[in-house]
Design a protein around this ligand. Structure first.
Ligand code: HEC
Ligand code: HEC
Length: 165
């Protein structure tokens, strides 16, 4: 598995991604990863290079890769803390849209709902914008519905805050 995971780690890092636009995978919920690898394989989530990479994955491969990336160490924020005005705006949005009711009190996810805490900021912003435009359908429509209520400024605030938890 170590060998099969090497190309993934080359892009995604050993848990924490250093590459712009490439999400961190460490500590991600394995059940969520299975849904996304499935969506990549079936071209339901259009995203290069993952569509090509997942082509030819068996169902067993989806689970094997998911369990392996979920076992990588979760990212931890080590930069400066978010400024208090940003924290207040983002926490108000999180409470209004009940992000915690699905993603968990600490936004670490559960079952097939992803960990989002300390995910890369630009990736989070792009994901939320893609749900809003329906470019990313999601395995269920929850996020597409939530994102309809978010302005571009809300998306920037949420991404900046969640990335710095
Ligand atoms: C050449 C770089 C590259 C390689 C190699 C690569 N990935 Fe990715 N991966 C990406 C990018 C970029 C995205 C974000 C796609 C998007 O939504 O725009 C992504 C997204 C993902 C996601 C979705 C994460 C989320 O939070 O929704 C998973 C899971 C994933 N990759 C797993 C893997 C696995 C497993 C491998 C190895 C078999 C792998 N990747 C190899 C670049 C790569
Ligand atoms: C009703 C449950 C629910 C609520 C409420 C909810 N989410 Fe989600 N969220 C999900 C599910 C399910 C997914 C996975 C969907 C998919 O397949 O892409 C997801 C995915 C995401 C992703 C993509 C993560 C990744 O790694 O690609 C982000 C970012 C996100 N949610 C942020 C939020 C934020 C911020 C809020 C509040 C404004 C929120 N969510 C509210 C259920 C929810």
């Amino acid at each position: 598995m170590q060998e099969r995971l090497a190309p993934c780690i080359a892009c995604h890092g050993g848990g924490t991604s250093e590459n712009e636009g490439v999400p961190s995978l460490g500590g991600q919920q394995a059940d969520y990863v299975v849904t996304q690898l499935f969506q990549f394989r079936e071209k339901q989530r259009a995203a290069e290079p993952m569509n090509d990479i997942a082509t030819g994955f068996s169902d067993d491969d989806l689970r094997t890769y998911a369990d392996a990336v979920a076992a990588l160490p979760a990212p931890a924020w080590s930069g400066t803390a978010a400024d208090p005005a940003l924290v207040a705006r983002a926490q108000a949005l999180i409470s209004k849209h009940q992000c915690n009711s699905c993603h968990g009190a600490d936004l670490a996810g559960r079952d097939a709902i992803p960990r989002i805490r300390v995910q890369r900021e630009e990736y989070l912003a792009r994901a939320l914008a893609a749900y809003k435009s329906n470019a990313r359908p999601g395995y269920d429509p929850a996020m597409n519905e939530v994102a309809q209520g978010l302005s571009d400024a809300d998306i920037q605030d949420l991404a900046a805050y969640v990335a710095r938890l």
